[in-house]
Design a protein around this ligand. Structure first.
Ligand code: SAH
Ligand code: SF4
Ligand code: F3S
Length: 438
């Protein structure tokens, strides 16, 4: 009997990276016999799937490599994958000699080759993996992440992603639908569609003869697969939120009523400098329309403060949008200049302390809004898909409209839907009681 080799993998960054890690795990398990471990010291192979979107995670990578190389088994290999791999390539091997190989975010299918060649570097962002058949591995039994596109065709001036993941190519609908069927057959209740710009789906396929299909059509097609109970997706782009898309979102019952609307800035001037393609008015129009069309819709957002040239007045515009839309969730960041991006070259960079102050004002405002939103959920009943058994005796899951909900319960509920009445709404989660069927 041979002992299987052990793989330890750390994933930083967005949901696409989580999915890429699942693909890496499946490839290495099926083709090279690796088994996952949570114990770094047991691992024969240590992978770090990296993010490059802000400077911080890049620093973190090099400190992490230092720690890993001290703790690891003597002959264990370290590999760096993901967006920082794409961005820094060879430089990683030079800076960190304990790293054996570097594999870019668009070269995931080459992982089996990478683990066998010391000094392997592959970071080609034109490489086309849109039709590659990866094996099956899912981190959650109830939820399946499925890629619908690779890369990103936008050129937001602050963002490094198009330089780490390349141009956008849509994955053919028949491949996506096959993945959806496989996922439900193996027990997934929720399908989570992923892309940097999901509602731009269908603009370019590798196979030019493929029939056009847009994101709205894809959503309908996915919802028709037997066994699909919930559909979520991220990230849509506010620019492409046309009426057709909003109508499908509102009317298709399988689609969870939670929409990510990455604002970035509330100032039309800054949005222009960011090359986002929409105005403050367009964003507000879409958000209000969504609130009108869909009762209890949950709207989340991403905001960047202190983008080059952002005046106090521009920042006020951002606060204004936050006050008007009252996002149920907000991810906010201080602008971080990134190599290869246009905005990093802009002359009017904002001092770091101004950025920190604005970030705090924005976050305090949102915390206030969030507390009001949470409190107003008291007494409401939500259908929750329970996914996690917690050490404190609570089980946790999400409502259709993406509230994190906890209730007393046991593992019998995992992977099942139950109605929960909110009794104790808190900022981080809404606590409630499971309503038993009569
Ligand atoms: N494709 C997604 C974004 C992926 S990056 C979208 O368009 O929504 C995730 C978030 O990181 C972005 O929405 C943005 O808010 C933030 N971000 C990207 N580049 C950044 C930078 N240079 N500095 C600070 N935040 C940034
Ligand atoms: Fe970056 Fe913009 Fe593409 Fe999102 S849409 S990944 S922010 S370039
Ligand atoms: Fe980070 Fe790459 Fe995702 S830069 S946010 S891991 S696309």
């Amino acid at each position: 009997m041979s002992m299987s080799k052990k793989l330890y993998i750390e994933t930083i960054g967005c949901a696409m990276n989580v999915r890429d890690s699942e693909h890496i795990i499946a490839e290495l398990r099926d083709k090279e016999g690796y088994e996952l471990t949570n114990e770094l010291t047991q691992a024969d192979l240590i992978l770090i799937n990296t993010c490059s979107v802000r400077e911080k995670p890049v620093h973190k990578l090099f400190s992490e490599i230092g720690v890993f190389s001290k703790k690891k088994k003597e002959d264990a290999k370290i590999g760096v994958c993901g967006c920082t791999a794409s961005h820094l390539g060879e430089e990683i091997l030079k800076k960190a000699p304990s790293v054996s190989f570097v594999l870019g975010a668009r070269n995931v299918s080459k992982i089996t080759q990478a683990v066998k060649e010391d000094g392997f570097v592959q970071t080609d962002i034109d490489y086309d993996e849109s039709e590659y058949a990866f094996g099956d591995f899912r981190s959650s039994p109830y939820k399946a992440y499925i890629n619908i596109s690779i890369g990103c065709d936008k050129s937001c001036t602050y963002c490094i992603v198009p330089h780490t993941r390349g141009d956008e190519i849509s994955i053919p609908p028949d491949i996506i639908l096959k993945e959806v069927k496989k996922a439900v057959q193996s027990g997934a209740k929720e399908i989570f569609l992923l892309g940097q710009n999901v509602n731009n789906y269908g603009v370019r396929f590798s196979d030019k003869s493929l029939k056009k299909m847009d994101f709205s059509d894809l959503l309908d097609a996915v919802s028709e697969v037997d066994g699909v109970e919930r559909i979520r997706f991220t990230s849509p782009h506010p620019l492409h939120m046309d009426d057709k898309f909003l109508n499908v979102f509102a009317s298709n019952e399988k689609i969870c009523k939670s929409m990510h609307m990455p604002l970035q800035s509330g100032s039309t001037k800054i949005l222009k400098a960011m090359k986002r393609g929409y105005t403050k008015e367009w964003f507000l129009d879409r958000a209000f329309k969504l609130r009108d069309m869909v009762k209890d819709v949950h709207i989340s957002t991403d905001v960047i403060v202190a983008f080059p040239g952002e005046s106090e007045e521009d920042f006020e515009d951002t606060l204004d949008v936050v006050k008007k839309v009252r996002f149920e969730q907000m991810f906010s960041f201080k602008y971080s200049p990134r190599p290869l991006t246009k905005a990093a070259e802009y002359p009017n960079q904002i001092p770091s302390d101004v950025g920190s102050r604005r970030l705090k004002i924005l976050q305090d405002l949102h915390t206030e809004i969030l507390d009001e939103i949470s409190l107003s959920q008291k007494g409401k009943v939500f259908e929750v898909l329970f996914e996690e058994l917690r050490a404190d005796g609570f089980i946790a899951g999400r409502s259709d409209n993406n509230f994190l909900i906890r209730a007393k319960g046991d593992k019998e509920y995992l992977g099942k839907f139950a109605d929960v009445k909110i009794t104790n709404p808190r900022r981080m989660a809404l606590y409630g009681e499971i309503l038993k069927d009569e």
